[in-house]
Design a protein around this ligand. Structure first.
Ligand SMILES: Nc1ncnc2c1ncn2[C@@H]1O[C@H](COP(=O)(O)OP(=O)(O)O)[C@@H](O)[C@H]1O
Ligand SMILES: [Mg+2]
Length: 388
């Protein structure tokens, strides 16, 4: 029997929502044609004209504003689900990061409780590469999490300014792999692995780690009811074929996204890109990724094979984490003697306000049309846009 999934979008930017919905409506027929097994269904997606915009609200919190006991200092970043602020506890001065849910993503399916799952997931996985989330609350009807404030940049920012050589890129990937291994062992699938959700700390953090894997908000906990059931949670550039098909989700979905991430970091671009979301979906489902040798002719054979394997259409055909780790380590060893610059990060981070410590407000990425859309995809967002 054919499986179906419904695409909808969580994002503060309703114009991006509309453009993705339009693409998905078009995708319905074509993806079904291309793939006899699993149509992507857009029947519940409303047309552009039915969308009424919410009355404008201030986009972000201002410095000195209070959120519960926390005083805002400034922006740290922004994603599809939330804005992240540098805050200080008014009582005892602890510095932290506060992730405040966008009002527009809340709705009957995406409730504050679903947003706050991130705190529980982050604490399910005991690993130095997990962010320490230690408080939650609600501000003006919007749920928020409070977590350790990190100093550094997202992997996306580093890639954008060519700040990583291949050895550094491999080291980041190895650390991401370690966090994924710990998460998978705890029965957690991240489901939204991408450049902007990997945070590279300027100084090694607890346990000598440099990398934190952020944004566990749409994670799937094996064996539990999935609040995103029937929807695609993830970002279209990175999303595994089985997520598009709404097949059973396993940790192998993260390995596919890791493959996309590795292509971007080591080969300069994600394996699949396209003018439209429809075309991108079709490529994830049916197209073979380009050979890694096209971008890196001397790539070690084992690594080339593993990168291709991570992007296998069938989850069961993707290599196990140990094999990926082995290939990355071997490639690092092969590259190290050739490395001329010993700096782990080869360029200085941009100057920034003290509270930001070199972390410019991130913009979401991962989509090709207009502003990038983090698609933790639920109809709740659409409902909330329409209902006001
Ligand atoms: N603990 C933190 N310390 C510093 N910056 C952070 C922290 N958490 C998130 N950020 C910044 O905020 C951005 C958005 O956070 P993220 O958790 O990915 O939100 P979303 O769920 O909306 O995608 C990140 O890409 C990063 O730049
Ligand atoms: Mg994010």
């Amino acid at each position: 029997m054919a499986t179906t999934s419904t695409l909808s979008v969580i994002d503060g930017d309703s114009s991006a929502v509309v453009s993705l919905m339009e693409a998905v409506e078009t995708a319905n027929a074509a993806v079904t044609l291309a793939d006899g097994s699993g149509p992507v269904r857009a029947s519940r997606v409303r047309s552009n004209s039915s969308i009424r915009r919410r009355r404008p609200r201030p986009a972000s919190l201002a410095p000195k504003q209070r959120v519960g006991a926390w005083r805002v200092e400034g922006d740290l970043g922004r994603g599809g689900m939330a804005s992240v602020y540098a805050v200080t506890h008014a009582g005892f001065g602890k510095r932290a990061a506060l992730k405040l849910c966008h009002r527009t993503v809340l709705g009957p399916d995406f409730t504050p409780e679903v947003f706050l799952r991130e705190a529980r997931v982050a604490n399910l996985v005991d690993h130095a590469g997990m962010p320490d989330v230690f408080a939650t609350g609600t501000y003006d009807g919007r749920p928020y999490l409070v977590m350790e404030r990190l100093a550094g940049e997202t992997l996306g920012q580093l890639v954008d300014r060519n700040a990583l050589d291949r050895v550094a890129g491999i080291e980041v990937l190895l650390e991401v792999l370690d966090v994924l291994a710990a998460a998978h062992a705890a029965g957690v699938v991240h489901r939204d692995l991408k450049l902007d959700n990997v945070f590279v700390m300027r100084e090694p953090g607890a346990g000598g780690r440099r990398v934190k894997l952020l944004d566990w908000g749409v994670a799937y906990i094996l064996g539990e009811a999935d609040p995103m059931r029937g929807m695609i949670a993830g970002t279209l550039t990175y999303v595994a074929p089985e997520q598009i098909r709404a097949d059973e989700l396993t940790p192998a979905a993260d390995l596919y996204s890791l493959g996309v991430l590795a292509y971007h970091v080591l080969l300069g671009a994600p394996p699949f890109s396209a003018e439209t979301d429809l075309e991108l979906i079709r490529k994830h489902l049916h197209e073979l990724p380009p050979s890694p040798r096209a971008a890196w002719p001397e790539i070690p054979t084992e690594l080339a094979r593993v990168l291709g394997g991570l992007l296998a259409k069938q989850p069961g055909e993707r290599p196990p984490i140990d094999l990926v780790r082995h290939a990355l380590r071997a490639a690092r060893s092969a590259l190290l003697p050739k490395r001329t610059l010993r700096h782990w990060i080869t360029a200085a981070p941009p100057a920034a306000d003290p509270f930001r410590r070199g972390v410019p407000a991130g913009k979401p990425r991962g989509k090709l049309v207009g502003a990038a859309v983090a698609i933790a995809l639920t109809l709740a967002s659409l409902a909330s846009l329409v209902s006001v």
